[in-house]
Design a protein around this ligand. Structure first.
Ligand SMILES: *[C@@H]1O[C@H](CO)[C@@H](O)[C@H](O)[C@H]1NC(C)=O
Length: 147
């Protein structure tokens, strides 16, 4: 609910601020105070969803992935709207705090919260790498055809 409110209210507030030249400057560069303050709204929503879940389910990836993704998207949205880099140290600190609060005692398999699953990493690395020989072959073949 808080997220919904944020997505409706925040653009309106932002637009309001753009109208006044003075405040425009505070949005032109990342204002970390503001980022810290507004990103708390995303976190409140996440905390609420986690409190609604039973504690035993905190380590259940299936239960947590939706609110966790929503939190990530919300943080990214706020950071981008404020012209902040994403991720940045404020966002990282917030995630470290959340991990310490909810996922610290989860079994090892939940390190997937921080690192992408290994198979995804391998696929994302191998696909571009395996394209290189094909591209080299194509270039060599093309130049031979031209000769
Ligand atoms: C950041 O935003 C806050 C709240 O609007 C404002 O008080 C502060 O002066 C701003 N800081 C900078 C560096 O612009």
């Amino acid at each position: 609910m808080a997220t919904l409110l944020l997505f409706v209210l925040f653009p309106a507030l932002l637009w309001e601020s753009f109208q006044t030249q003075e405040q425009f400057h505070s949005f032109a560069h990342c204002n970390e105070t503001l980022l810290n303050y507004i990103s708390k709204t995303c976190q409140i929503d996440f905390h609420q969803e986690m409190q609604n879940n039973k504690k035993e389910l905190w380590c259940d990836w299936e239960q947590v992935i939706r609110p966790y993704n929503r939190l990530t998207m919300c943080m990214e949205y706020v950071a981008e709207a404020l012209n902040c880099f994403f991720p940045n140290h404020i966002v990282q600190d917030a995630f470290i705090h959340i991990h310490a609060l909810y996922f610290q005692h989860c079994p090892d398999q939940h390190e997937g919260f921080i690192d992408a699953p290994q198979c995804v990493v391998i696929t994302l690395t191998l696909v571009p790498v395996s394209l290189i020989p094909a591209l080299v072959f194509l270039v060599v073949w093309k130049s031979k055809v031209r000769d």
